[in-house]
Design a protein around this ligand. Structure first.
Ligand SMILES: CC(C)(COP(=O)(O)OP(=O)(O)OC[C@H]1O[C@@H](n2cnc3c(N)ncnc32)[C@H](O)[C@@H]1OP(=O)(O)O)[C@@H](O)C(=O)NCCC(=O)NCCS
Length: 161
């Protein structure tokens, strides 16, 4: 019975909602599992309390399946981070989060959205390209891969107006 219950929630479609400071711990845990350099829950709490910051979470059965967070200043938004739990990847969850997030940013007056992405991060590049982001700049050697080799950051932009 417990197994069936767990399986139902593991496979249920995640629910998307606006995030708040109470999500800081869960965001920090998923961020640390997703990136080489994690952010502390204190850093997330500060961000999530910032009036210029917008964030959405996707939850399933009470646990965090994904999040997206950005900062909006004077009509320009920057996506600071996006992550989906490994067990949930490849099923369109980041696409849903990004789409909801872009609509919210547009509603809050964003005219353009920027972000930086490692040119070797194929899933992220596909996500952003399909959402209409275009390359507007490159920063060679901005990131390091697991072996410490330099890799290029692409600066992407999507107009919302
Ligand atoms: C990038 C990330 C958020 C995508 O999440 P996701 O829920 O798996 O993405 P989606 O299922 O919505 O798919 C988005 C696109 O990525 C593609 N994709 C997903 N997983 C992939 C993989 N392992 N290999 C290649 N492409 C992949 C999908 O096919 C889709 O492209 P399409 O629409 O052209 O088919 C997720 O891989 C992640 O959390 N990565 C670690 C953190 C990170 O790199 N964040 C981005 C930093 S800029």
């Amino acid at each position: 019975m417990i197994n069936l219950f767990t399986r139902f929630f593991t496979h249920a479609e995640p629910v998307l909602a606006e995030a708040n400071a109470r999500d800081a711990d869960a965001f920090a845990t998923l961020h640390a599992a997703s990136f080489q350099r994690g952010w502390s829950d204190g850093e997330f709490e500060t961000l999530l309390r910032d009036r210029n910051v917008s964030a959405h979470r996707a939850t399933s059965g009470g646990s965090l399946a994904g999040f997206i967070i950005s900062r909006l200043v004077e009509g320009e938004a920057e996506i600071l981070s996006v992550a989906v739990a490994k067990s949930r990847q490849g099923r369109g969850l980041a696409r849903r989060l990004l789409s909801l997030h872009l609509s919210t940013l547009a509603g809050r007056g964003a005219l353009a959205v920027f972000l930086e992405v490692d040119e070797a991060n194929i899933p992220a590049l596909r996500l952003y390209q399909r959402a209409g982001f275009i390359e507007v700049g490159r920063r060679a050697g901005y990131y390091r891969d697991h072996a410490g080799r330099p890799s290029t950051a692409l600066v992407l932009r999507r107009d919302l107006a």
